[in-house]
Design a protein. Structure first.
Ligand SMILES: [Zn+2]
Length: 85
């Protein structure tokens, strides 16, 4: 961790170390400019694990969504088959 990094004032929920700003950018939204900040844990190893968990959760959500869609299709197909019988 270097002194040049901006502290965010918040701490990592995982390890309790201070979180730092890794990137800031501005985006024009209609008439105003919105500042966005991307923050990360000051411990890069911890951040890697956090990213991994987030990635895994995202993957799980996609799988669940996929399962729900499949079930819905099956439900519709069963209903249609019954109707035609
Ligand atoms: Zn951390």
């Amino acid at each position: 961790m270097t002194a040049s990094k901006n502290l965010t004032g918040s701490v990592c929920t995982r390890c309790g170390k201070p979180r730092v700003v890794v990137e800031t950018y501005e985006e024009k939204v209609e008439t105003s400019v919105v500042m966005y900040t991307i923050t990360a844990c000051s411990d890069s190893e911890c951040q890697k694990k956090v990213d991994q968990v987030l990635k895994e959760e995202k993957r799980k959500r996609l799988v669940i969504k996929d399962e729900q869609e499949k079930r819905e299709l099956l439900r519709k197909a069963t209903f249609a088959a019954r109707k035609n019988a």
